[in-house]
Design a protein around this ligand. Structure first.
Ligand code: NAD
Length: 283
């Protein structure tokens, strides 16, 4: 039976650290503040926003919601972003994506001021992840993978890590962060041949393919540590599931993150931490 790498204790420990940092900033008259910029009312966005608000509140980070209607123009979106960029009271901006297709999400992403890019979406932040320079902030979910492994004492140095998924939000930055920590990393994607053969060779397997239950027994081997980044809602039951077939993995592998209650819980704690760090950097 796999050891469950639960996100709750990791998020609680991070939140405690962030709260201490926030307290030291508040004494100096600064309340770290996150602005959440949302277009429309997508249930996924609302749920992520609620999670972020709760976690930020626990860490003493203020949250300001900037909600725009579904039919907002590109011009108004860019003006709102610029206002948040200029607002001295805002330290971090979370732009909920994907934006409606008729909007230019790429322009919005790049318009974020790098020092407020606490979700690591701009090219500047990604360059920081790829060069290891520490510039900007790493994407929260990618960082959550490494933070979880660290918290549970899972050695990365010298290990074979396989990341399934090459998105700029999760797969690629997670691979870079694992490599930075000394793992030997393979990135798999939708064009990868013989995926099960490759994943079975992993010591650390990160599933970020966005396909419910796609990682099954044929992809897994005993002794592995499996980090399941996927979040999906089962259409019939409404239950949350990951990219990994939990029933297949749990009796087989060494350690496994549950869904829900794994990576997702840590992601929002990292967002709060980045916001407090952005406020501190401004000093
Ligand atoms: P994405 O769709 O942008 O990228 C998916 C990647 O997986 C692509 O690179 C694709 O090549 C690869 N892929 C897809 N099917 C594959 C297959 N059958 N075999 C091999 N590779 C395959 O998704 P994303 O934004 O990176 O998100 C991935 C998952 O993580 C989603 O389920 C998403 O909901 C979840 N997610 C979770 C959090 C969190 O906080 N836990 C945050 C962001 C995203």
């Amino acid at each position: 039976m796999a050891m469950l790498l639960k996100g709750g204790p990791v998020a609680a420990a991070l939140t405690e650290k962030t709260a201490a940092l926030t307290e030291s900033l508040v004494i100096r008259g600064i309340t770290p503040t996150l602005a959440v910029l949302r277009v429309g009312e997508r249930p996924e966005d609302l749920s992520y926003e609620r999670g972020a608000m709760k976690r930020c509140a626990a860490a003493g980070v203020a949250v300001r919601s900037a909600a725009l209607p579904e039919d907002v123009t590109q011009e108004t979106l860019m003006e709102t972003l610029e206002d948040l960029n200029q607002d001295e009271a805002i330290h971090g901006i979370l732009l909920l994506r994907p934006l409606p297709e008729r909007l230019d999400g790429e322009a919005a992403r790049q318009a974020l001021r790098p020092e407020k890019d606490v979700d690591g979406v701009t090219d500047g932040s990604l360059a920081g992840v790829f060069t290891g320079s520490g510039q900007g902030f790493a994407p929260c979910t990618a960082q959550a993978v490494v933070v979880l492994l660290d918290y549970y004492g899972m050695e990365m140095r010298g290990k074979r890590a396989v990341v399934v998924g090459r998105s700029l939000v999760v797969g690629r930055p997670a691979a870079m962060l694992l490599m930075e920590r000394g793992a030997t990393v393979t990135i798999c994607h939708s064009g990868t041949e013989s995926l099960p053969e490759i994943t079975r060779g992993a010591d650390i397997l990160v599933a970020a393919a966005g396909c419910m239950g796609m990682v099954g027994p044929e992809h897994l081997a005993p002794g592995q540590t499996v980090i399941d980044v996927g979040i999906h809602q089962e259409p019939e039951t409404g239950a949350l599931r990951g990219d990994v077939c939990f029933e297949a993995a749990e009796p087989l592998v060494k350690a496994l993150t549950p869904v829900p209650g794994g990576v997702g819980a840590v992601t929002s704690a990292i967002l709060a931490m980045h916001t407090a760090q952005a406020a501190k950097r401004r000093l």
